[in-house]
Ligand binder design. Structure first.
Ligand code: FAD
Length: 435
């Protein structure tokens, strides 16, 4: 069995290394932090979550819940660690980010088949290699990848939400509640009346934004659009988007406020909260002014300001197979955000497949194609079969799954059918392949 190189110990690389190592393959895992940092990471831990601490929905009525369940059944490191480090978040799987990254780091470092090498990879090594260097791939490696794929990079920018200190929130003004009272009451809600909303809206749309370079403009990914940009699209975009009040009646009045800003617990101790959907590119001073206008946050202490970052990904529909192998050089595999999957769980999911397939190659066996009916398979098909001229990273959703053979009356019934079909297909796949 050959040794396999994995570049990057993020969500995808850690998962790929784990899948390889558990199949008896020796892994060299390269990670440049802390020798060299990225613009978004703060620690030297593996699988550091750079923005939200939520891995999103955890139930099977949501596609991201289905992919989690498939990953659980394939002994996913990332999902196991997340389950072990979960904090209350209604129907979502959110984690204490420090515990989570610590848990992953320990498991990876202690695995007898994984050797960790702390250096920046500037040249893709010889032999079977999984490239999982993420949306903030170091520039030298990015250039290597550009040469390797023969395709020009696409650059665009994501945005991250501010995190605030819990004990600086005015608890008399906010209330604990999950939308429609689903799951545990995990969110703190800041209610706004008409006047408060108008004042906030006015300040947000006129606040000063940090300057963007020419080529960065208008490149926001829709799923992670800065709040000020969304606000500029109109009041309704806000009230039907991140500030929607439905299902969040204020216990003081018994009524839905005009608008609600939700705060999500960010660490197990409950000392930090992040502003849900509040990714922003506002200048730090401006962020402070705008946040002060949110009821309950008048005196809030901001521990991390919202920021924006580059996102690097390859044109997968042109260069990758759904096995995550490079078409032109099948001993090189890609995984994670750099393939154009979007999100923590999706990145880890792609790492899981790339790890399994790199192990197949190392053992002289054929890489596998995950069934289309599964979430993992649908995602692999999407990134490799989408229109290459218009390729947009996307979170997993039921729209990526093959159509069902009949129509269902409700969304829940449809979701249920997708989930059952996916998990059945995975069982069948596991029993008929040697993975
Ligand atoms: P990463 O987790 O970034 O891992 C890549 C690793 O490779 C890093 O540890 C890096 O240090 C290392 N590396 C890079 N270059 C080299 C090199 N040359 N040599 C050695 N090591 C190298 N997704 C969500 O689901 N929710 C969010 O809230 C969210 N917010 C985001 C906010 C920002 C600012 C960004 C940039 C992305 C965000 N994402 C979010 C998207 C994405 O899910 C995460 O970035 C996720 O971490 C991607 O996983 P990955 O394994 O592909 O990359």
């Amino acid at each position: 069995t050959q040794i396999v190189n994995v570049i990057g110990a993020g969500l995808a690389g850690s998962e790929a290394a784990w899948q390889l190592a558990n199949r008896g393959v020796q892994v060299k895992l390269f990670e440049m932090r802390p020798v060299k940092q990225t613009p978004a990471h703060h620690t030297d831990k593996f699988a550091e979550l750079v923005c939200s601490n939520s891995l999103r929905a955890n139930n099977l009525t949501n596609a991201v819940g289905v992919i989690k369940e498939e990953m659980r059944q394939l002994n996913s490191l990332i999902i196991q660690a997340a389950d072990e480090c979960a904090v209350p978040a209604g129907g979502a799987l959110a984690v204490d980010r420090h515990e989570f990254a610590g848990n992953v780091t320990e498991k990876v470092r202690n695995h007898p088949n994984i050797e960790v090498i702390n250096e920046e990879v500037v040249k893709v090594p010889e032999g079977i290699t999984v490239i999982a260097s993420g949306p903030l791939t170091s520039p030298v490696l990015a250039e290597e990848i550009r040469q390797l794929t023969g395709e020009d990079y696409l650059y665009f920018y994501d945005a991250a939400a501010p995190i605030v200190e819990a004990d600086s929130i005015d608890m008399d003004k906010v209330y604990l509640k999950s939308r429609y009272d689903k799951g545990d009451a995990a969110y703190l809600n800041c209610p706004m009346n008409n006047e408060e909303f108008e004042r906030f809206y006015e300040a947000l749309t006129s606040a000063e934004v940090a300057p963007l370079k020419d080529f960065e403009k208008e490149l926001y990914f829709e799923g992670c659009m800065p709040i000020e940009e969304m606000a500029k699209r109109g009041v309704k975009t806000m009230l039907f988007g991140p500030l929607k009040p439905v299902g969040l009646e204020d216990p003081k009045t018994g009524k839905e406020p005009k608008a609600v800003i939700q705060l999500r617990q960010d660490n197990a101790a409950g000392t930090l909260y992040n502003l849900v959907g509040f990714q922003t590119h506002l200048k730090w001073g401006a962020q402070k002014e705008v946040l002060k206008l949110i009821p309950g946050l008048e005196n809030v202490d901001i521990v991390r300001y919202g920021v924006m970052h580059r996102n690097t990904f390859i044109n997968s529909p042109r260069v990758l197979n759904c096995t995550y192998q490079l078409k032109s050089q099948p001993t090189i595999l890609f995984a994670g955000q750099v393939t154009g999957v979007e999100g923590y769980v999706e990145s880890a999911g792609s790492g899981l497949i790339a790890g399994i397939n790199a192990a197949q190659l190392a053992k002289g066996e054929k890489p596998v194609r995950f069934p289309r009916e599964t979430a993992l398979g649908s995602m692999a098909r999407y990134i490799t079969e989408a229109d290459p001229n218009n390729f947009q990273p996307i979170n997993i959703n039921f729209g990526l799954f093959p159509e069902l053979n009949r129509r269902y009356r409700t969304k829940a019934e449809r979701a249920n059918k997708h989930a059952t079909r996916a998990l059945d297909a995975l069982q069948e796949f596991k029993s008929t392949t040697n993975i």
